[in-house]
Write a protein that binds this ligand. Sequence first.
Ligand code: AHR
Length: 493
Amino acid sequence: TPQAATITLHADTPGPTYDKRIFTQFAEHLGNGIYGGLWVGNDRSIPNTRGFRNDVVGALRDLGTPVIRWPGGCFADEYHWREGIGPKAKRPVKINTHWGGVTEPNTVGTHEFFDVTEQIGAEVYISGNVGSGSPQEMAEWVEYITSPAGSLADERAKNGHKAPWKLPYFGIGNELWGCGGNMKPEYAADVTRRYATFIKAPAGTKIQKIASGANVEDYNWTEVMMREAGDQLDALSLHYYTVPGGWAPKASAIEFGEEGWAETLALTWRMEELVTKHSAIMDKYDPKKRVYLAVDEWGTWYGQDPGTHPGFLRQQNSLRDALVAAINLNIFAKHADRVKMTAIAQMVNVLQAMILTDGKKMVLTPTYHVFKMYKPFMDGTVLPLDIKSPWYNKDQWTMPAVSASAVRDKAGVTHVALANADPNRSITVTTTLTGLNASRVSGQVLTGPAVNSLNTFDAPNAVVPTAFNGAALNGGTLTVTLPAKSVVMLELN
Ligand code: AHR
């Protein structure tokens, strides 16, 4: 039976801004997320600028990467910033106790990180050390980065950077309920208040303080944080990973059939419920939505690629991950009044990465291509939509087959994103456009021959966007034939 869905696009009642920070990236000192993936130092065989590889930096620049969160993750609460400044040869070599027990040379520290974010064109989101650091250490780091004067500013200048840097976002620890200190929510809220007190921006500047938020459906965490510390915060985070098959043993990133596809996408849809419920709690304490929700860790978490270090969280990325990305990005549109920042985990070589590297080689993942397709969403105005979609079911996994979102960009162009989770059937989507006079439609589609189609170093262009000609405009109606297992981005003028 032919599948059909209907959408009403309310261009006449524009919603909130789709904040470009929803495309924030996360780069942790974990596996080859930094070393090898971003930083190659003096390795002349890989073209680099002051140690950062040009191919990866260029690809991230092309994405318009708005913000990068660093240095963790769990690593953040054991990171001591002083160990990462000054002459590299004198920096202590530590053990990365969270991620594989390997050595951490501290070669990439504050100066290097600011350098690479400038090369990429991104803003900086630093996560401070609450779990094993003091408020003084945190305050001094902030002063070292931002202060125009004083001995910490002098030290910064001596280390090569006279001008203060901009520090728009600062995380007050990470996962304080777990690797950040195993705290109970009441205690974490008090600790957050205390540390937040000492994060001070120089006159005329502002540092947004982002508190460590809930794990998945820990609604009590959000409740306590908002009640006890909400007045001190600019944002509260939320972490939710898509983990098909559970934590142990983890499922394969590429060896799966339709059931693994359906389970992964159904679990991704949980984001809708999580964001709705956490937002409702925030609404109770912050009805004016001053404090935003920062979903600063999301994405798929599979077993590590065969032959790779289990502590490095290196995983391949397939068409399934492209759908995961699109479904999440569409969910965030619906909640853009509260969700102003999100960060997929992680940027390079770790979990649901944009980019994979191996020595000199680099490949852009299907997830990268989805981010590129959604680039016009950055700071666009969300256009609300109602969808009636057929359901896609496989075994116990069930979800709407079609997921969608739309924005109008600053130039007045409308962008409509559509994803079809059904791997077997195309779907005809009939969209009624209210308050929109468009006469031309064009677009791109991302799909592949199999649910686990992927890009490899040898075949890097197996899953890449191609021109889409399955959309037609007729008066106020847009008709789109969405191929099975695809992501489509349309532009309406
Ligand atoms: O992204 C990997 C890890 O997942 C992060 O370090 C931590 O915050 C989360 O548990």
